[in-house]
Design a protein around this ligand. Structure first.
Ligand code: GTR
Length: 359
């Protein structure tokens, strides 16, 4: 505990210095597929060699919360294209965007027991299923987007992806989710004290609840799709998210004040159900992982462009946007000591390794 608090202080000081397609009908899941189809899929390699007859195609479903033109959805679609290409058409991944298969927490549950094959979600709700993932999403742990990417694309990121197997998931890769900041309908946030008592929606994750409490505000865990009407009706005062989500969820219409405190950089993650992928060969898993990695660069480029476009649109709409001073941002970061101590206990060495990557 002592160790993590001192690591945390190092981080705070560094921060202070630094701030300067849907398809027509749902595809059948593996469980729902007739036995004959499964058998055919298993023997397909042998069949391929023996005959020239058309192959049986395995169809997978991928769930995505965002709309069809959002950077993560376009990343999913690119992943699907690459999987189909690399498998020579043996695999098809159908992307169900716009919450067609449900809100993130429910989708993750279904992926865990094999009813949905793939999903792209935020690491936020994943921490409820695989608590150690909190380490790569700790508030104020990264100095910049580049720092986060240096961590995620290193052996540290890989070890967290591999660690998901014990929770019945297969971690395939990371996408960009930018930095999250607070917005609300009540008042500008310029100091820590301005957060006092405000009611913020958080992702359904204990760490997010603890983070908002540590800042002196009042957290309400809630599904993403309920946030707009909850702000509109005054059930909550605001929420927190990146520019593209603040834009595409239309939250900017009901929460005018946005303060770029950048308290979180929560990676987006592409996962598969272990129950589904256990039936695939090592070669097929390798091509799926390769497709995920290749789609990452594609998604990151789209992300950078969308961040700029959403920011321009929201500034144009006349929302009130604030920056924190360097000192104030360091005060926000300093509140996170208990959150780090609770959610990253036992990961002190990894935190040092993460911090080292900023140097
Ligand atoms: C977005 C993220 C979504 C979802 C959402 C939320 O930034 O891309 O996957 O987690 O935030 O706040 O629920």
């Amino acid at each position: 505990m002592k160790k993590i608090v001192s690591l945390f202080l190092v981080m705070v000081m560094t921060t202070a210095l630094f701030v300067g397609c849907a398809s027509e009908a749902p595809a059948k899941t593996e469980a729902e597929k007739p036995a004959a189809t499964k058998a055919a899929a298993k023997t397909e390699k042998a069949t391929e060699a023996a005959t020239e007859a058309p192959q049986e195609q395995m169809v997978f479903r991928l769930a995505e919360t965002h709309p069809g033109d959002y950077p993560t959805t376009l990343g999913d679609i690119e992943f699907a294209r690459l999987v189909e290409e690399k498998s020579g058409g043996r695999f098809k991944v159908e992307v169900y965007h716009s919450k067609q298969l449900g809100e993130e927490k429910d989708v993750i549950e279904q992926v865990q027991f094999g009813a949905i094959d793939f999903t792209r979600v935020s690491v936020g709700p994943m921490t409820e299923f695989s608590p150690e993932l909190a380490v790569v999403a700790l508030p104020y742990i990264y100095q910049s987007a580049d720092h986060m990417w240096d961590v995620l694309n290193s052996e540290i990121g890989d070890s967290f992806l591999n660690g998901l197997e014990s929770s019945n998931f297969v971690g395939l890769g990371w996408y960009d989710g930018g930095a999250r900041s607070f917005y609300n309908s009540v008042r500008p946030i310029k100091t820590l004290e301005d957060l006092d008592g405000l009611k913020f929606r958080v992702m359904q994750s204990e760490m997010m609840v603890d983070m908002v409490e540590a800042l002196g505000a009042s957290p309400t865990p809630m599904a993403y799709g309920e946030v707009y009407s909850s702000i509109q009706t005054g059930v909550i005062d605001g929420a927190e998210n990146n520019w593209p989500s603040y834009d595409t969820s239309s939250h900017f219409e009901v929460a005018n004040f946005y303060t770029l405190d950048e308290h979180l950089r929560v990676p987006e993650i592409l996962i598969a159900s272990k129950m589904v992928t256990d039936k695939l060969s090592a070669e097929d898993m390798a091509l799926i992982k390769e497709a995920a990695l290749e789609s990452q660069m594609f998604q990151r480029d789209l992300w950078a462009a969308k961040e700029k476009a959403s920011e321009a649109k929201i500034r144009e709409a006349g929302n009130e946007i604030f920056m924190l001073t360097v000192e104030e941002k360091a005060r926000f970061a300093a509140q996170m000591a208990p959150v780090w101590a609770k959610h990253a206990e036992g990961f002190e060495d990894i935190i040092v390794a993460i911090q080292d990557k900023a140097k």
